[in-house]
Each structure stands twice: as structure tokens, then as C-alpha cells.
Ligand binder design. Structure first.
Ligand code: ITT
Length: 190
């Protein structure tokens, strides 16, 4: 890899562990930077991620990435989307299930946007998306956030019923992190 070490700036250890597992599969070591960014309000995850990245880079001259993720529910016109963290803290899983009630169309997706930057000034964006549906009940104790009510397409379990390894096979975050890792490894050969 071109960079000796790469940092993931996040306050969410679950997110870090998911990414770390993928890095180590490719033989790379991922470092954790516990950094709380002041998340700007925007409907665009990429804008939020880029802004957060620049906050980190203004204080740390290291190769680093941030990730912004959200759950987008079709019948709610994409809500909670960029407000997922706040909605999780306020109305939580039960609040989302109540909002949907008995609605049959429960289609949703998770989107992950990674913004990577290095002190030399280069910046790159990587995204990952997973389609699925919101379950009728909370299922599973694993994972974090909305995992216990999100069932990825063509699978019987919710993310909450999977361990990190299994979730990493198809999650939004895993897809984005794999793109980043491949880019980091490919760059070395340039
Ligand atoms: P940092 O900003 O410090 O990285 P965070 O938890 O606030 O940590 P996000 O803003 O990206 O990170 O999170 C948005 C919220 O969306 C998160 O708190 C969860 O409630 C939810 N979320 C994101 N990814 C998720 C996943 O893989 N599984 C379940 N819920 C997820």
C-alpha cells in the first residue's frame, strides 16, 4: 500500500470493527481515530462526508477516511436518510416500526459514503449500497443501529442476526470499504 497506515475517523466502534475486518482480509492494518465531527445538515451524504473529512484533515495530517451512512425507506420518501443517527437516538427502532405500521411496501436501502483524504491533498469518494426491507418486528441482538430491523434482499436474516463476517458479505459499508481497499492497493503499483 502506498500509505504506511490509514486511519478511520469515527466515534462508532461498530463501524470501525466492520472496516478493520475487511482491511485485515487484504493484509492491511487499519487504525482508529476517535474524532467527533460537527456533522453539517445536508440531504447529500457525500457533502456531509467531504465536510467531515476536511474537519479531520485540518487537525490531523494523516491519510484518513470518514464514512457517512444512512437508511433510506421508500414509502417514507427516503427518511431517515442523512438524519439516521438522530432518528435512531430519538424514535429508535420502535419509532420506525410504528411509522410503517402494517404497510406492505417495506423496501429500504442502506447507503455508505466514504471520503478518503491524505495530507498531499488528494481526495476520493467511494460508495456502497444494499437493498432490503424493514421487518415487521425487531429481530436479532447483533450489530448496531437499525441492523435488527433491516433484512437484506434475498436473505432470511436481519443484519442484527448476523455476525460481522456475515454482514460484511453484503453490507453497504463493506462494499464501500472494499472499493477503498482495492484503490489503496492498486495505487501502490502506479
Ligand atoms: P460517526 O459519524 O462518528 O462515524 P455515527 O454512528 O454517527 O458515527 P453515521 O452518521 O454514519 O455514523 O450513522 C448514521 C446512523 O445510521 C447510525 O448511527 C445508525 O443508526 C445508522 N446506520 C448506519 N450504518 C448502519 C448499519 O450498518 N447498520 C445499522 N444502522 C446503521
Amino acid at each position: 500500500m502506498k500509505f504506511k497506515e490509514v486511519y478511520f475517523a469515527t466515534t462508532n466502534l461498530h463501524k470501525f470493527k466492520e472496516a478493520e475486518k475487511i482491511f485485515s482480509k487484504y493484509g492491511l492494518n487499519l487504525k482508529h481515530l476517535n474524532f467527533k465531527t460537527a456533522e453539517i445538515q445536508s440531504e447529500n451524504l457525500e457533502k456531509i462526508a467531504k465536510n467531515s473529512l476536511n474537519q479531520v484533515l485540518s487537525q490531523h495530517k494523516i491519510p484518513v477516511f470518514v464514512e457517512d451512512a444512512g437508511l433510506f425507506i421508500k414509502v417514507l420518501n427516503g427518511f431517515p436518510g442523512p438524519y439516521s443517527s438522530y432518528v435512531f437516538k430519538t424514535i429508535g427502532l420502535k419509532g420506525i416500526l410504528n411509522l410503517l405500521g402494517k404497510t406492505r411496501n417495506r423496501e429500504a436501502f442502506f447507503l455508505s459514503v466514504i471520503a478518503f483524504g491524505s495530507p498531499s491533498g488528494e481526495q476520493k469518494i467511494f460508495t456502497g449500497k444494499v437493498l432490503g426491507k424493514i421487518t415487521f418486528k425487531i429481530r436479532g441482538l447483533g450489530g448496531f443501529g437499525f441492523d435488527p430491523i433491516f433484512q437484506p434482499k434475498n436473505h432470511k436474516k436481519t443484519f442484527g442476526q448476523m455476525d460481522v463476517e456475515e454482514k460484511n458479505r453484503f453490507s453497504h459499508r463493506a462494499k464501500a470499504v472494499k472499493k477503498l481497499v482495492k484503490w489503496l492497493l492498486f495505487k501502490e503499483k502506479l
